[in-house]
Design a protein around this ligand. Structure first.
Ligand SMILES: *Cc1c(COP(=O)(O)O)cnc(C)c1O
Length: 375
């Protein structure tokens, strides 16, 4: 672990070991307790975490499932979206957003992102709507809320379902309201590196809709409410009870971790603001971001990344190739220029180290090496 004063020789992109060390006694006890009771599937920890997470987001229901990707697919299916339907989302997101739409049997239709916020450009939604469009899946990318008011206005006007992809936005606020409370449903990932992460794959669907919550509960557990009575062809997509125990220990710390992430982001913002040829994140004052990622734009990104790596600084790229240019979606026949903002970001974006335990000394070192790499 890095102390407050020592300048570390390498700076990781995220530091999950530091977080575990801080939680170790509580975490070990919670895990041991599940083992002692052999309460592995849909145990009391799952119900307890679902209730606590629903209360944290401010919705009636949270249904624990096995990943963020499966959460998205089940939310879509729960909304009745299926083969023959189209769902609108952004081209600059993680593949899982689109996979979920495809796995539900529907067609993906993309809109471009706003080049400043990197989130869904709501002004492009209406012209993308066809008679088959049934839903919109906005993504709160990098932990910054998408512009939900205009998105919800288009959805209401055209009778579309909205499923928020909150995989990067646990606790983020849009006009003072948490992401995950705007759409018909919202989906969270608890992949280990997310702002709230399990020790394996996990996710949740949240909603205020009783019937939708019930449907997702059916779908995640072989379509059964009662053992061996299968009302739907469902799936084996339950939240693992050991992961629920892990998440239950971590949830009370989420706001503190998000505060620390914002502090790290502020250090970066201040120390990078006058660096030529570098674009820092633009955050409108209607949102409070939770900085799942801190993404800058630089020229010669691959070269800059290599130089940082040589200096012991781990970075990431989220994401190098937009989805309309991926081989998996070649059948949709898009050209790179169809979504110019998403296309332009691919070769320019760079995600800097970002984790709640990061110290100002570590930020200073990243900034210093980044400036040197840009010279
Ligand atoms: C991580 C992520 C997902 C998928 O979550 P998993 O738990 O890894 O399946 C979906 N959408 C976005 C934007 C993500 O970052």
């Amino acid at each position: 672990m890095t102390t407050a004063t020592a300048v570390p020789t390498t700076i990781p992109f995220v530091d999950l070991k530091a977080q575990y060390r801080a939680l170790k006694p509580d975490m070990d006890e919670a895990i041991q307790s599940v083992l002692d009771r052999a309460a592995f599937i849909l145990g009391p920890e799952t119900t307890k975490f679902e209730n606590a997470f629903a209360a944290y987001i401010g919705v009636k229901h949270a249904v624990g499932v096995c990943s963020g990707t499966d959460a998205l697919e089940m939310a879509l299916r729960g909304c009745g979206i299926a083969a023959g339907d189209e769902v609108l989302t952004v081209a600059n997101t993680y593949i899982a957003t689109c996979e979920a739409i495809s796995l539900a049997g529907a067609e993906v239709r993309w809109v471009d992102c706003d080049p400043k916020t990197y989130n869904m450009d709501a002004s492009q939604l209406e012209k993308a709507i066809t008679p088959r469009t049934k839903g919109i899946m906005p993504v709160h990318l990098y932990g910054q809320p998408a512009d939900m008011d205009p998105i919800m206005a288009v959805a209401r006007k055209h009778g579309l379902r909205v499923i928020e992809d909150c995989a990067q936005s646990h606790g983020a606020l849009y006009k003072g309201r948490k992401t995950g409370t705007f759409g018909d449903a919202a989906c969270f990932s608890f992949y280990p590196g997310k702002n709230l992460g399990a020790y394996g794959d996990a996710g949740a669907v949240v909603t205020n809709d009783d019937a939708l919550a019930d449907e997702v509960r059916l779908l995640r557990n072989h379509g059964q409410r009662q053992k061996y009575i299968h009302l739907r062809v469902g799936a084996c997509h339950r939240l693992d009870n050991l992961q629920a125990a892990v998440l239950g220990v971590k949830l009370p710390h989420l706001d503190g971790w998000n505060r620390n992430r914002r502090r790290v982001a502020k250090w970066y913002d201040e120390k990078l603001k006058s660096v030529p040829n570098l674009v820092t994140p633009y955050c409108p004052d209607t949102v409070e971001a939770v900085y799942h990622l801190y993404v800058v734009q630089v020229p010669n990104r691959d070269e800059v990344q290599k130089r940082l790596e040589a200096d012991g600084i781990e970075t990431g790229i989220h994401y190098p190739i937009p989805l309309h240019e991926q081989p998996a979606y070649a059948h949709l026949g898009h050209k790179p220029e169809d979504f110019p903002a998403s296309h332009a970001l691919g070769p320019r974006i760079l995600s800097l180290p970002m984790f709640p335990e990061m110290t100002e000394e570590q930020v200073d070192r990243v900034v210093e090496r980044l400036k040197a790499a840009l010279r």
